[in-house]
Design a protein around this ligand. Structure first.
Ligand SMILES: [Zn+2]
Length: 295
């Protein structure tokens, strides 16, 4: 992910490995009290091995085995930066609980320590969410994209637990590649584009009405890669048209009468003929190109 210089908020104390850092002042009533975070940080399970730094970065606790200054830098430039902007854009409340963000410094540390700490080998070389331990487990050497993806899910659980799968994954995956635009978080084009373009050309990508109605078991089924692609680039389209924040607010407001979000999508788009809109969206996506250095 790309971070602007302005996001490099400094003014933090450096502590010895193992010490606990408070990253921000007491939050508002919709946020975890600092005392609750501090108490949680003192009781982290599994216990961090020697050499790990623990840092409170509202509303998360960050645990890392890089040098303390690097843990602080990642906590500030990724966790605080994304938390602030996701809150600003969508989320009034904190996640449903305190999540621990484990930042392993490299592949060797991630591959060797995560299995013993979390009881299973990593399911991805980049990172994953251990729901049993309420932990976001990352190989931070691969970048912050997967971390922001999982942070988005954590916020969604606290703000919109009934979020349909397609939008939960579409929004989270949008921010796998993100930057700041005019003070707001913005997703960029990423590695999911070429596979989606191939599926669109082959006619094998699901219609929006089907995608939005898929229960989780089907969304994560055999066609999951294409499902992610359609969901992500539908969110990207809404973002680029200035409609994504409004879609989030409306789909939350209408969650009982429109749990899939499909009718809300139609309304936010201005109630077009959806077959015509699909052709427009496909042409838009097929005209996108990967940036030179995209993951
Ligand atoms: Zn996800």
């Amino acid at each position: 992910m790309t971070m602007p210089a302005a996001a490099l908020v400094a003014a933090c104390m450096l502590l010895a490995p193992g010490a606990i850092l408070a990253g921000a002042e007491d939050p508002s009533p919709d946020h975890f009290p600092l005392g609750e975070l501090t108490a949680h940080a003192a009781m982290i399970s599994p216990r961090p091995p020697p050499g790990f730094t623990i840092r409170i970065e509202q509303p998360f606790v960050v645990i890392g085995d890089e040098p303390a200054a690097m843990v602080r830098d990642h906590a500030t430039r990724i966790v605080r930066w994304a938390s602030d902007r996701l809150r600003q854009e969508y989320f009034a409340k904190d996640p449903d609980r305190i999540y621990d963000i484990w930042l392993f410094k490299d592949k060797e540390s991630y591959d060797s320590q995560a299995p013993s700490l979390f009881g299973a080998p990593p399911i991805s070389p980049y990172g994953y969410c251990s729901s049993a331990q309420h932990a976001l487990v990352m190989n931070i050497a691969t970048g912050g994209g997967t971390l922001v993806h999982e942070m988005t899910h954590a916020f969604m659980r606290g703000n919109f637990p009934a979020c349909p799968t397609w939008f939960n994954e579409g929004l989270a995956s949008l921010y796998e590649q993100c930057e700041e635009r005019h003070g707001r978080i913005a997703g960029g084009i990423n590695w999911r584009l070429p596979g989606l373009q191939t599926a669109l050309r082959a006619g094998s990508a699901p219609a929006f009405a089907l995608l939005t109605s898929l229960p989780a078991a089907d969304y994560y089924g055999i066609n999951t890669g294409v499902n992610y692609g359609v969901a992500r680039y539908l969110c990207y389209y809404l973002q680029e048209k200035g409609l994504l924040q409004r879609f989030y607010r409306d789909v939350v407001a209408h969650q009982e009468e429109d749990p899939s979000g499909y009718r809300t999508l139609q309304a936010v788009l201005g109630n077009p003929d959806m077959a015509a809109f699909r052709m427009e969206w496909e042409a838009y996506v097929l005209a996108l190109a990967m940036p030179a250095a995209g993951r």
